[in-house]
Design a protein around this ligand. Structure first.
Ligand code: HRO
Length: 319
């Protein structure tokens, strides 16, 4: 780590020793994987999105990295251990023994009522973890992404935000139209305890084809799956910056998409990210990526004379 550089940050009023953690879905389904994250140099951890009941997910192959480091495609289909497993993990989470890392819990109910039931259980347990509601899984057949249904998303937030009471976050799909950034941000600004949005989930329903075998690369949904990694960097940056510019003061954006090195992480913070998640690179490289990318970002900051993330967050310039 470069001397005199501080990578710490705050999300939803909670301190993270550094800005990096896993993108939900990577290294976070089982307790064993979550413990690997605790041991790593991440600054936090988030669980795999939970449904009310455990799910096996879609048939394999359902994830693959794509050639030349461009990224990945997945159609996992929400495999998870069910919310009670993650509630239990959260109950046993030892904040003194986890290097000061906050715990984020991702919830992805298959209906608003499922989200209500899961949130009620977390409320009853009264834990210091931060809830993040996933409005953007692209891979469950027959379940469109709620993030693309503005009315449905507002209705869901109208029910869930007062129920959660505490500061919470939502995971968004990428948007591709300025009018959609405006509409979505106007909705989010109506909910006071919506503390942050995480941008972006995978770019839904891409298709990857192997020339040799003439086959699609993942089996579910005839090969259609969510794209992640370097190829989505610019879409991710656009979404981070669009919401950074539009959300009411105090609301935050967490950046995810296309981070392979300190350079892309630096861009996410310049675009406005308060924290940065790593998905495809974590999956491909393992948890050592947190150590490497923290060092790379520190070196970039030191070379530019920046000491803290606040020195350059959101300060991207226009020529
Ligand atoms: O499990 C998945 O297929 C999945 C989820 Cl929940 C998500 O939010 N984003 C993604 O790319 N895959």
């Amino acid at each position: 780590m470069a001397a005199n550089v501080d990578l710490s940050t705050n999300v939803a009023g909670v301190k993270l020793p550094n800005l990096f953690y896993n993108a939900s879905g990577v290294m976070c389904q089982t307790e064993k994987e979550l413990n690997q994250l605790i041991e790593s140099d991440s600054g936090a951890l988030i669980t795999k999105s939970a449904t009310f009941l455990p799910r096996e997910g879609n048939p394999s192959p359902r994830y693959t990295a794509l050639p030349n480091g461009i990224g990945s495609i997945n159609s996992m289909g929400l495999p998870n251990e069910g919310y009670e497993y993650y509630l239990n993990f959260a109950k046993n989470y030892n904040y003194n023994n986890s290097k000061g890392k906050p715990l984020f819990i991702s919830l992805s109910g298959l209906s608003v009522q499922d989200n209500v039931n899961m949130i009620t259980a977390f409320n009853d347990a009264d834990l210091p973890c931060i809830l993040e509601v996933n409005f953007s899984c692209p891979n469950v057949p027959g379940k469109p992404q709620l993030g693309y249904d503005f009315e449905g998303m507002e209705n869901a937030l109208t029910v869930l935000a007062p129920l959660i009471k505490k500061p919470f976050g939502i995971k968004l799909p990428p948007y591709f139209d300025i009018a959609h950034f405006d509409i979505a941000a106007n909705i989010f600004n109506k909910f006071e305890n919506l503390a942050y949005v995480t941008c972006i989930n995978s770019v839904g329903n891409g298709l990857a084809i192997d020339v040799e075998t003439e086959q699609v690369l993942v089996k579910p949904k005839d090969g259609f799956g969510g794209l992640g990694g370097l190829m989505v960097l610019n879409t991710a940056l656009a979404n981070v910056n669009a919401f950074y510019r539009r959300l009411s003061p105090g609301k935050q954006v967490i950046g995810v998409g296309g981070v392979t090195s300190g350079k892309e992480a630096f861009m996410h913070v310049l675009a406005g990210a308060s924290a940065v998640q790593i998905g495809t690179t974590l999956k491909e490289e393992g948890e050592g990526c947190f150590t490497r990318i923290s060092k790379e970002l520190s070196e970039i900051m030191a070379s530019k004379g920046y000491k803290t993330l606040d020195d350059f967050r959101g300060k991207v310039k226009t020529p």
